[in-house]
Design a protein around this ligand. Structure first.
Ligand code: MG
Length: 251
């Protein structure tokens, strides 16, 4: 009986380790007609190609409202020191206006793709803590807890998400300097690092799996880099080229 259990456990472990790499659309699926980075359309497009997840970037504006944008400023307006009403009047490349997080997540309710929320590094850690409280409250009210994954370059934000998000919510760290063991110690789901960090430390992917963690790599747009990660069983690849990655995964 014991031997059978061990055999089953080994089989499950290897099946898990061999699970296919999943596709995350970086800033949504924007590299396509009618879309734009971090637009609601890019979220809908990522969902339409059945991407595992759609990544997007979140800032807190001067009035405490949460908005979706990548850079610290947009069209000359600094996000953290501008009122959200001004920011959300600005047009994206596809004609949409810059979305609030609320509008973005409301649309997500109609979709299935997972929501990979990156909290940007703010001027002060207290601002990140405040943003996190607001994000978690909003997500909870919209019933989206099960579909969320949180990522950040801020170690403070990562620790706050781990502490405050519902148990078992995936939280990944982006910066790249912490080893798998160090990430495990803080309770991280795993690294979400630039792919060159894994190329420099190729043993880290295996080490993460042995520690029961998952591995994501950004932003992987070239076929050869995608293949390198797929061959090493990276759990997720974040890319601007989700169609190319899906094609490679089918081969
Ligand atoms: Mg991002």
């Amino acid at each position: 009986m014991k031997k059978t259990l061990i055999a089953v456990a080994l089989l499950l472990t290897s099946a898990w380790a061999m699970a296919q790499t999943q596709v995350i659309a970086h800033r949504g699926f924007w590299n396509t007609e009618g879309s734009a980075q971090n637009s609601i359309r890019a979220l809908v497009k990522a969902d339409s190609i059945q991407a595992y997840g759609s990544e997007f970037d979140v800032w807190m504006a001067a009035d405490g409202q949460l908005v979706v944008n990548h850079d610290p400023s947009y069209k000359g307006h600094k996000i953290q020191t501008s009122p959200s009403i001004r920011l959300t009047s600005l047009q994206l490349a596809n004609g949409e206006t810059l979305p609030t997080l609320s509008a973005y997540l409301n649309k997500a309710q109609e979709l299935n793709t997972r929501l990979i929320l990156e909290l940007k590094v703010h001027n002060k850690p207290e601002e990140e803590s405040e943003a996190i409280q607001k994000i978690l409250k909003m997500v909870d009210e919209l019933g989206l807890n099960e579909r969320m994954e949180y990522i950040s370059f801020s170690l403070h934000a990562v620790k706050e998400f781990i502490k405050n998000a519902p148990k078992n919510t995936p939280v990944y760290y982006l910066r790249g300097e912490l080893s798998p063991k160090e990430l495990k110690e803080i309770g991280c789901t795993g690294p979400d690092y630039h792919y060159k960090v894994f190329k420099k430390n190729p043993e880290w992917i295996k080490e993460c799996h042995e520690l029961g963690m998952k591995v994501n790599a950004w932003t992987v747009n070239k076929e050869e880099d995608m293949k390198w990660l797929i061959d090493r069983n990276a759990d997720f690849i974040t890319t601007n080229e989700p169609i190319l990655l899906q094609k490679l995964l089918k081969e």
